[in-house]
Write a protein that binds this ligand. Structure first.
Ligand code: SAM
Length: 299
């Protein structure tokens, strides 16, 4: 279903199901030993979306959808992504940052799986049903956060800074922010507002990581439509082209640079190479060849 201004969701519907989708990919990376995320699998299984449970049970073969894209390839892709965002937090921690914000946290379990230095507070922001599901499911599993975790139910198009400030966020301290897999789901003006707010709340020494996708048209081009059609025959119902906001938006690199942040980007093929993997332009992942992983520091 197409997006609307005040739409909301849980982990089996609309944008929320994309959080389940990427967590399922983290299961593959974890199984391959490329990342350490033991919580992804119980979370995805508890959400219970049939396509992902069947894929994890080996009942759906990724090669049947794209002969050049197998489980190992999917695991590598998610490992590159996960390591990028993990690094933002571990580097910030080494530099003395003790306040972290996971924007659009979805089923991200970093507040439970990273070795945060003592005294770190990790804020997680997402839609109410997403936040409630994760907190409840991880508590039922007996998982303990490895930092002071504050899970906040917000809509990132609304006044989330107020919620953050009301819950003990300290704008005088430097902050490590991540917005992983978020920007394409925000309207262009909400993306600008997001970075305006991050900038306003960021003391010098703050850091941020996100993806940089210069052109979102590949989410609706012929190749991605073909992949989506093939996935549908296996029961994969997520229509990415309906969930994202199309059209022009401000370039994140220019935007952050213009706000005084030092920005570093790494294109996908280079990010793969840096992890010792090969980027196969002709497979499903080739859709993302223009994407970069971005990190930035505010001085
Ligand atoms: N960052 C997580 C990860 O990488 O595993 C989740 C990424 S998932 C692709 C997109 C996430 O963005 C979902 O959890 C969704 O609920 C969240 N999201 C998108 N738009 C949002 C909004 N307006 N307010 C709150 N959360 C939002």
């Amino acid at each position: 279903m197409a997006r609307t201004d005040n739409d909301s969701w849980d982990l089996v519907s609309s944008v929320g199901s994309t959080a389940t989708m990427v967590a399922a990919q983290r299961v593959l990376s974890h199984r391959e030993g490329l990342i350490e995320d033991p919580y992804a699998e119980p979370l995805v299984r508890t959400v219970g979306l049939e396509f992902f449970v069947r894929a994890l049970d080996g009942e759906i073969n990724l090669e049947d959808v794209d002969p050049r894209f197998n489980t190992r390839r999917a695991a590598e892709g998610m490992a590159v992504r996960t390591r990028h965002f993990d690094r933002l937090f571990t580097d910030a921690a080494k530099a003395g940052v003790r306040q972290a914000v996971i924007l659009a946290a979805g089923l991200d379990a970093r507040a439970y799986r990273l070795a945060w230095p003592a005294g770190t507070t990790v804020f997680e922001l997402d839609q109410p049903e997403v936040i409630a599901f994760k907190s409840r499911t991880l508590a039922e599993l007996g998982a303990e956060p490895t930092a002071e975790r504050r899970a906040l139910a917000v809509d990132l198009r609304d006044d989330w800074p107020k919620v953050l400030l009301d819950n003990g966020f300290d704008p005088a301290q430097p902050t490590a922010w991540i917005a992983e897999g978020l920007l394409i789901y925000l309207p262009p003006e909400a993306q600008d507002l997001l970075f305006d707010r991050i900038d306003e709340l960021s003391a010098p020494g703050s850091r941020v990581a996100c993806e940089h996708i210069p052109d979102v048209s590949m989410f609706s081009d012929e190749r991605s439509r073909e992949i989506a059609e093939r996935l549908k025959t296996y029961g994969h119902e997520i229509e990415m082209s309906e969930l994202i906001y199309h059209g022009d938006r401000n370039d994140v690199v220019d935007y952050l640079t213009g706000h005084g942040w030092d920005v570093t980007t790494q294109k996908m093929p280079d990010a793969y190479a840096a992890n010792g993997f090969t980027f196969d332009e002709d497979s499903t992942i080739g859709l993302f060849s223009d994407m970069s992983y971005l990190s930035a520091i505010k001085h």
